[in-house]
Design a binder for this molecule. Structure first.
Ligand code: SF4
Length: 227
């Protein structure tokens, strides 16, 4: 009889195969042209859509062209420049403080280690993972955003609820070479098919292997609620 860990190990092979076929070229949708822009875009994207962030950063990155510019910025002006973003006041404070540290402690460069990144204001493990993967080509973990959290649970890849524990579970079954792409595959799937409120199970390439499929399950394993 299969144990839960046997199930997960088999499940991940099929999930990766099918999602790679469905989304052959998954990419990060935030726009940036250097590491600092990436860091700022990711800080802004917490609880906000990438689309909205991209609209705001178009002008923001022209106005503030380096860490010194943010570090010396008037915080109210900076907040006004990003005021269509959720929690813009807090995020303006984080960006100013993070950039002050980048200037004072890191010679103006965005750091390239998990611990130095997570010491910056507004930067948790998820943000740091994105910056390491896309800014430094360093893959230390798996980015667990809301799509990864929801779909991993729906697919039975984890029963955990906190992003850090989900990440640990996923790192145990997803091959390291796929850590970076795994997030983008699940984000693509979450946007196109396995949406939060109304997943389109009948059109899903994972339907026959998904324990949450509405076609033969009454329960959405992402939160244990009934469909
Ligand atoms: S079958 Fe439904 S719940 Fe399962 S992954 Fe596909 S869309 Fe999501």
């Amino acid at each position: 009889m299969d144990t839960p860990s046997d199930f997960r190990e088999t499940q991940i092979v099929d999930v990766l195969d099918r999602l790679y076929e469905q989304y052959p070229d998954p990419e990060i949708s935030l726009r940036f042209s250097n590491r600092l822009e990436l860091l700022i875009a990711v800080i802004l994207s917490a609880q906000c859509t990438d689309e909205r962030v991209n609209k705001v950063t178009r002008e923001l990155f022209e106005t503030y062209d380096g860490p010194e510019a943010y570090a010396e910025a008037d915080e109210e002006e900076l907040a006004a420049a990003i005021d269509s973003i959720t929690y813009y006041n807090s995020k303006a404070g984080y960006i100013k403080s993070a950039c002050r540290d980048i200037v004072e402690k890191h010679d103006g460069e965005v750091p390239d280690t998990m611990s130095e990144l997570t010491d910056l204001a507004g930067v948790g493990r998820k943000t740091a993972n994105v910056v390491l993967q896309h800014g430094h080509e360093v893959v230390e973990g798996i980015v667990v955003d809301t799509h990864v959290q929801r779909i991993s649970r729906r697919l039975g890849l984890t029963e955990e609820t906190s992003p850090s524990k989900i990440e640990t579970d996923l790192m145990g079954i997803v091959p390291e070479a796929d850590w970076k792409e795994f997030t983008h595959l699940l984000i693509s799937h979450g946007r196109e098919t396995c949406t939060a409120r109304n997943p389109d199970c009948s059109e899903c390439v994972l339907e026959d292997i998904c324990p949450s499929s509405k076609l033969d399950s009454e329960v959405d394993l992402s939160d244990g609620s009934e469909w």
